[in-house]
Design a protein around this ligand. Structure first.
Ligand SMILES: NC(=O)c1ccc[n+]([C@@H]2O[C@H](COP(=O)([O-])OP(=O)(O)OC[C@H]3O[C@@H](n4cnc5c(N)ncnc54)[C@H](OP(=O)(O)O)[C@@H]3O)[C@@H](O)[C@H]2O)c1
Length: 243
């Protein structure tokens, strides 16, 4: 079995990678990262099964070159990349209409939705056609339109809703490619990473997960899903989230 994980240097991505490496069933794990990470490099020195690939998912050139570095078939593809705020560009989630900015909205859609689908487009020739095929992208509960009672965070909410729609549509096409396929979006729960750190003040400590806890639950949920559940949106505890 072969696995590809994107966002391997991120908070949840690295924790998922560490846990997946403990499973002997993975004969090869491709870990995609953008900014180099010492933790990832030290894992790669210890683990012959791990191949690190530097890929900016916003770069068409990087995506076009990616398949050449891989050997299929890929059985699991997990994408943990995403964007909520960016101190370099000053991007912050909007609290009100007047805070909306075109560049920030577009950057959020690119990182949280477009990049996820274009990664699968690049990988399509390598996806398992007869064996297990599970594709999961990390979304967020705030992307649920049915669950939105508080408002705010226009761009992040809408980009995650777009991701959910893209992955639902992909699931239908993937079933034609592989009838056993499972293609879903997953909500990790509020997890203590760089992405959530500026927004943790009002989160009760028992509701703030460690990356290791979230990673373990997400892997369990993905493992448990069957082809009948493809195209849906699940939380870290296995609960189905409404669109
Ligand atoms: N943490 C939470 O509470 C929470 C809650 C709900 C949903 N989520 C979702 O869970 C996922 C993981 O979040 P996290 O908390 O682990 O955040 P994180 O630590 O900020 O990790 C996000 C990762 O995405 C990568 N990334 C962003 N744009 C990229 C691009 N163009 N190409 C390649 N990599 C790119 C970043 O790479 P660099 O290191 O190079 O910047 C980073 O490693 C995200 O989709 C997030 O929206 C998180």
């Amino acid at each position: 079995m072969q696995l590809l994980l994107a966002g391997a240097s991120g908070g949840i991505g690295l924790a998922m990678l560490r846990q997946l490496l403990r499973e002997a069933r993975w004969v090869r794990i491709y870990a995609l990262y953008r900014r180099p990470s010492p933790a990832l490099e030290s894992l790669a020195r210890e683990e012959a099964r791990l191949r690190l690939l530097q890929v900016d998912l916003s770069s068409d050139k990087d995506l076009a070159a990616l398949p050449v570095s891989l050997e299929g078939p890929l059985n699991w593809v997990i994408n943990t990349t995403g964007l909520l705020h960016d101190s370099e560009s000053g991007k912050q989630p909007e609290k009100s209409l007047q805070q909306l900015q075109r560049d920030n909205l577009m950057a959020g859609f690119e990182a949280n939705a477009v990049n996820h689908l274009l990664l699968i487009k690049a990988l399509e020739p390598l996806l398992a056609k007869r064996e297990t095929l599970k594709i999961a992208s990390l979304s967020a509960r705030v992307g649920s339109i049915g669950d939105n009672r508080l408002g705010g965070w226009y761009g992040y909410r809408a980009s995650k809703a777009a991701l959910n729609q893209l992955m639902h549509t992909l699931a239908i096409e993937m079933t034609r490619l592989n009838r056993q396929s499972v293609c879903v979006t997953l909500h990790p729960g509020t997890t203590d990473t760089a992405l959530s750190r500026p927004f943790q003040a009002r989160v009760p400590s028992h509701k703030l997960f460690t990356p290791a806890f979230a990673a373990g639950r997400l892997i369990e949920v993905l493992e448990s899903l069957s082809p009948e559940e493809t195209g849906r949106f699940f939380a870290w505890d296995g609960e189905a989230i409404p669109w």
